[in-house]
Design a protein. Structure first.
Length: 252
């Protein structure tokens, strides 16, 4: 779900008017979507392959941890998904997109072990830089926050995550403050940089509301409850999805 929303969001960034919605655009969008979903399957599967022992403690209902899928099947799924994703990336004939897939592959693996569509020159816009910056904040927060519900298994297997080192409360509020800074920066950017009234209003109001929701949810987290910490982790994912929907409206 997150991959679908993110690809849709990023694909809308280069559009300037309805004339850009050509058959070529939609074909490129479809190929990017399928390739991205395949890379997501690879990333999720490779993570479960490497974490199968830990998942038997933290997430025993996952297919590999529960034994519903064998390790051999998991390896086959990961390998085929990766090859098909990269093959589609090559077929799309977009070096930037292929590079993104390769980086995605490298980052996903490391965690466990506008020219080519619209015919315009590639441009590093302020909107793109904003999207990259706030997405990086979410990537950091999600990658760190996910270890809070998994602390017991990580500690048992000697994995020194930030949660194990610093404690649940410190990590929770570190993540909250990172997103608060990101939302605050977004409001300032909306106030000072956007030349469009609609973009300015969406950027300021939406990020102010999200910051308020984040503060409210963070104060209600029960760190002694795995259900509560996991619920907050999923809430951050929802904030990320909403951010992906907001980004196309941010025009700087």
């Amino acid at each position: 779900m997150g991959t679908v929303i993110a690809i849709i969001s990023v694909s809308l960034l280069p559009l300037q008017n309805l004339d850009d919605l050509t058959p070529t655009y939609f074909m490129g969008f479809f190929k990017a979507m399928v390739s991205g979903l395949l890379m997501t399957v690879y990333e999720v599967t490779i993570n479960q392959l490497y974490d199968v022992k830990i998942d038997k403690v933290n997430k025993p209902n996952l297919p590999l941890a529960s034994g519903d899928l064998s390790m051999r099947t998991g390896i086959a799924i990961a390998s085929s998904s990766l090859l098909m994703s990269l093959a589609m990336g090559i077929m799309l004939r977009s070096p930037p997109f292929l590079l993104a897939l390769i980086i995605w592959f490298l980052l996903g693996s490391a965690y466990s072990v506008d020219k080519y569509v619209l015919g315009r020159p590639i441009a590093i816009t302020r909107t793109l830089m904003f999207a990259v910056a706030i997405t990086c904040c979410f990537c950091f927060v999600i990658s760190v926050l996910k270890d809070i519900p998994d602390e017991d298994g990580d500690r048992e297997f000697g994995i020194r995550t930030l949660t194990v080192i610093l404690g649940k409360e410190s990590v929770l509020w570190l993540c909250v403050y990172v997103l608060f800074i990101a939302y605050g920066a977004a409001v300032i950017v909306g106030l000072t940089s956007s030349p469009y009234l609609l973009s300015k209003l969406v950027t300021i109001i939406s990020h102010s509301m999200l910051a308020t929701l984040l503060w409210h949810e963070a104060r209600t987290v029960d760190l002694s409850s795995k259900v509560s910490t996991l619920s907050f982790y999923m809430f951050i994912w929802k904030l990320h999805y909403v951010e992906c929907l907001i980004i196309p409206f941010v025009r700087l």
